[in-house]
Write a protein that binds this ligand. Structure first.
Ligand code: AMP
Ligand code: MN
Ligand code: MN
Length: 322
């Protein structure tokens, strides 16, 4: 079923994505918002997301994003959750739960689907790729919608580099590039350019990283004290864990930062042998086989010990099989 078929009776539509929204989540939410407005001008469409990093202001619809999860509508006819399961929706979770029809569109292997309609495709490189395949008129987009989808796919594939890319993904990118937007500049503005602070904390994370398990694992942790010293914001960690993973010989990378007291946000990345979604899932998180996240309680050593024992168990069992 395509998007316009799903929403054909609706007068009010809500859209949201996961907390700490990334390029895919923001791109998909705004692309869907713009697409619905374009095709159904008489329908009220609201988009709810945590405050995104400011460089995403280059996307049309950015100023319409509602950050506080508040609305005068209590029960939307349709509510979309994009790139996330229900328990990661943050402030809009309640609006999603109360909606008459809930639609969940996601590519995370850890998401079983929480909606009345669930479109789960773990093989899609990005939720934006999946969303594109659900548009009724993919040939009749406009530059703003194309740009939002392009950003989402670019960000979730490390700019078209990950193994999740398929010929279909490249075909979609080729179709999007026919629209009139500056596809090189937008990647520079939203992906490659780093603030001074971001470079400093990347430097700290690399400098203080530790390799273990004969160099197959790497971990780095930034304490609350360090983050406060540099005045780091939540979007400033993007890319650090991938740089750790790019260390020669490393199979699995762990990057963590202290959210408060004995609590850490943990990012896991794998070259493919270790399934990090499975490990994050054991502690209430999730993600993909090669990229997953979770928030964990304990000291730095507690968290590293418990995660590395799971990594070791997976590496050992693979070795026995192989
Ligand atoms: P991150 O390490 O935060 O960049 O996340 C890596 C991947 O795992 C992304 O696709 C996230 O959407 C997903 N992810 C991160 N944290 C969680 C979580 N607590 N539950 C489910 N998926 C997550
Ligand atoms: Mn995401
Ligand atoms: Mn995604």
């Amino acid at each position: 079923m395509k998007i316009l078929e799903m929403v054909k009776e609706a007068k009010t539509i809500g859209i949201t994505g996961h907390v700490r929204p990334d390029g895919d989540c923001i791109g998909a939410s705004l692309a869907l918002y713009l697409y619905l407005q374009k095709n159904l001008p008489e329908v009220r469409v609201d988009v709810f997301l945590d405050t995104p990093p400011p460089f995403f202001a280059c996307l049309q619809g950015f100023e319409a994003i509602i950050n506080d999860g508040k609305s005068d509508i209590k029960e939307y006819d349709i509510f979309f959750a994009l790139d996330a399961p229900q328990n990661r929706l943050g402030k809009a979770e309640n609006l999603f739960k109360k909606a008459k029809t809930r639609i969940n569109i996601d590519h995370h292997v850890s998401n079983d689907g929480d909606g009345d309609i669930n479109i789960m495709q773990p093989e899609a490189a990005a939720t934006c790729e999946l969303l594109y395949s659900l548009l009724d008129f993919p040939d009749e987009l406009d530059a703003d919608i194309a740009k939002a989808i392009y950003i989402g796919i670019a960000h979730d594939t490390g700019v078209f580099r990950y193994g999740s890319m398929t010929p279909k993904t490249f075909e979609i990118i080729a179709a999007l590039m026919k629209y009139d937007f500056d596809f090189a500049q937008i990647l520079n503005d939203t992906y490659f350019e780093r603030t001074y602070v971001q470079h400093q904390i990347l430097g700290r994370a690399l400098l203080e990283s530790i390799v273990f398990m004969d160099g197959r694992c790497i971990v780095s942790c930034l304490s609350r004290r360090t983050l406060d010293f540099y005045h780091v914001g939540s979007g400033d960690f993007e890319g650090i864990v991938n740089r750790l993973l790019a260390t020669k010989g490393v199979e699995c990378a762990i990057f963590m930062y202290q959210t408060r007291g004995h609590e850490y946000k943990v990012s896991l990345r794998s070259q493919g042998v270790v399934d990090v979604a499975e490990i994050a899932g054991c502690f209430g998180g999730g993600g993909h086989v090669r990229a997953a996240g979770v928030t964990m309680k304990g000291t730095f050593h507690d968290v590293v010990n418990i995660i590395s024992s799971r990594i070791e168990a997976q590496l050992d069992s693979r070795k026995n099989v192989g």
